[in-house]
Design a protein around this ligand. Sequence first.
Ligand SMILES: CCCCCCCCCC(=O)SCCNC(=O)CCNC(=O)[C@H](O)C(C)(C)COP(=O)(O)OP(=O)(O)OC[C@H]1O[C@@H](n2cnc3c(N)ncnc32)[C@H](O)[C@@H]1OP(=O)(O)O
Length: 216
Amino acid sequence: MLLCACASAPVQQVSPRLFSSAPRDYSLPNDSWSAEMRRLYDQYDQEPGGGGRWKRLPSYNRFLKYATAGGQCLSRLVQSRARLFTRNIKEPGAAFEYAIFINEEEKRAVCVFQAGHLLEGPPGHVHGGAIATIIDNVTGACATYISGFVLTANLNINYCSPISLGSVVLVDCAVDRVEGRKTWVSCRITSADGSKLHTEATGLFVSVGVSHLFTG
Ligand SMILES: CCCCCCCCCC(=O)SCCNC(=O)CCNC(=O)[C@H](O)C(C)(C)COP(=O)(O)OP(=O)(O)OC[C@H]1O[C@@H](n2cnc3c(N)ncnc32)[C@H](O)[C@@H]1OP(=O)(O)O
């Protein structure tokens, strides 16, 4: 970023983040990511900004980060202290590190997920509720992308093998069918190389109007 206080002052080169009010995009790589996490991310982020098959979803700490009403940010008007469950810990690598990629043509979403040490359930392994959370998030994003605003009506999960803390896994979802307001999504979590099945799930999402999101 180039800053120039007045015409006669020297132009100063500063860090882009120093004076930037742009919200942090949590889906971008950071130093906590392992080489495996970065490799998988790069694999799906083949053509950033281009016409590639996979499109990375930016991820902020509020779902309604940019939505406005009457010129005001909804994220400031509605429960201003609220934070998205998966993005409420600032320390990189401590909890949910993930990036979601959408393939609209195939109605699929994949998520590269590195589980941090704050997600412990059984010793050294990821809590089942944290696994359910990432599944809800990725299947929900997949359903939202295809069907618009939805809420999770039903989630069924089979935990097949534990996920080690710090490991990187792939969350692979697909929309199976859409009927009226209902969207069914299936999901598998595997090891990064696909050889080990950790979790299988199915979810039903029901389309709702925006007002239902606020009033329930
Ligand atoms: C891009 C980033 C995206 C990030 C994604 C984040 C994902 C996070 C998603 C969530 O965590 S959402 C929070 C958890 N979910 C909720 O709090 C939802 C609470 N439940 C509700 O608000 C309502 O029950 C619901 C909107 C799901 C449905 O109520 P409605 O009154 O709108 O619908 P209705 O009851 O008429 O049902 C519509 C259809 O769905 C069916 N249905 C509803 N709930 C069902 C259920 N639980 N099981 C099976 N079918 C169900 C229902 O039978 C019916 O089928 P038919 O059209 O064939 O008659």
